[in-house]
Design a protein around this ligand. Structure first.
Ligand SMILES: [Mg+2]
Length: 186
């Protein structure tokens, strides 16, 4: 099956965080709190996926407050932090959402993602992913982690599902981004 055919079946997009939604840089404060930067292109990509009726989720090994805020703001559907066995969480997500492996896309960058990458219908690797991750991925981004790779992956899926032009138009007609990105303040 080619990657486009795989992409047509996708109902949910799962993502790794460090090295995928970020460039892997951690700014460690004296109190141990870790700060990271996210790319607005990926944020928009996630909103586009939601507009297309796809669900999104995060499975990350680390735990951070900033991620919690980012995920909340983008209305990311499934958020699992501090996870070492990502495959087990993947199975939990499938069960909860009544989906099968073929309907899941996952994008990652490092060997901790391998078991999930080997299991899902459509696996993506950021441009600077570990060679092993690239080896088992169906879609290799031309963009590195934290620079819009997730956006590239999402657009590929939307394009394969023939949703891209509709979603673009829908996005451009939004009068208020907060309708899909965050709750309006009272
Ligand atoms: Mg990673």
């Amino acid at each position: 099956m080619d990657k486009k055919e795989r992409a047509r079946k996708i109902k949910m997009i799962l993502m790794d965080v460090d090295g995928t939604l970020t460039d892997g840089t951690l700014l460690v404060l004296p109190d141990g709190e870790e700060l990271k930067t996210y790319n607005v292109k990926d944020g928009t990509g996630i909103l586009l996926a939601h507009l297309a009726g796809l669900k999104t989720g995060i499975i990350t090994g680390k735990i951070s407050k900033s991620l919690e805020k980012r995920a909340e703001k983008l209305k990311i559907f499934e958020v699992y932090q501090g996870i070492l066995d990502k495959k087990r969480i993947l199975e939990k997500i499938l069960d909860k959402n009544k989906l099968n492996f073929d309907q899941i896309a996952y994008i990652g960058d490092d060997i901790g993602d391998l078991e999930v990458i080997k299991a899902v219908g459509l696996a993506g690797a950021v441009a600077d992913a570990h060679p092993e991750v690239k080896k088992y991925s169906h879609f290799i981004c031309s963009i590195s982690g934290g620079k819009g790779a997730v956006r590239e992956f999402i657009e590929f899926i939307l394009e394969a599902q023939d949703k891209w032009s509709i979603i673009k138009a829908k996005f451009n007609n939004l009068t208020d981004l907060r309708d899909i990105s965050e709750k309006r303040e009272p």
